[in-house]
Design a protein around this ligand. Structure first.
Ligand code: ADP
Ligand code: MG
Length: 154
């Protein structure tokens, strides 16, 4: 599924809707260059989960935990990881396979440990389009209106 947004608010809103629909055990990966809007999406997602705290990119910690919402949110930013060992050191399994929801910025850096079932969200800026335009590709998310009509008869 592809969603186009034309402002930070629209990306926030997309995150918000997905946060409302998220269930226990979901892993949502966020890809995109610096300034693409990963954290804006994460902020909307957190609000959709009912988290009131303001969430920012976890700068000095790999994972930030928010427990005030409908489900715990584990917000990862793995940008600074240079060795896959570091993700084992923080005990990622407890978060990935726990009762909460994981949002992972720069997930491809730790692709070795990302489960097949993860949702991948890629946020693209376009140099030729408007400065606030983003093309957002979503793969693997249930309940987002992705119809599989083409599969019928296969
Ligand atoms: P990242 O976490 O990917 O590095 P941020 O979410 O921190 O990026 O920053 C995205 C920046 O781009 C914010 O300043 C936001 O206001 C701006 N922006 C402009 N248009 C959009 C859009 N359509 N979606 C998301 N952010 C946008
Ligand atoms: Mg960020």
């Amino acid at each position: 599924m592809v969603v186009e947004t034309h402002s930070a608010e629209e990306t926030f809103e997309l995150g918000y809707k997905m946060g409302q629909k998220a269930s226990s055990g979901d892993i949502v990966c966020l890809e995109g260059d610096l300034g693409a809007g990963k954290t804006v999406f994460a902020q909307g997602f957190a609000k959709g989960l009912g988290i009131r705290e303001n969430i920012n990119s976890p700068t000095f910690t790999i994972v930030q935990i928010y427990e005030g919402g409908r489900l715990p949110l584990y917000h990862f930013d793995v940008y600074r990881i240079t060795d896959i060992e570091e993700i084992y050191e923080i005990g990622f399994e407890e978060y990935f396979f726990g009762n909460g929801v994981c949002l992972i910025e720069w997930a491809s850096i730790v692709h070795q440990v990302i489960p097949q079932s993860a949702v991948i969200i890629k946020i693209h800026k376009s140099l030729s389009a408007d400065f606030d335009y983003r093309k957002i590709e979503i793969t693997g998310f249930m309940n987002m209106g992705e119809e599989n009509e083409n599969d019928i008869g296969d």
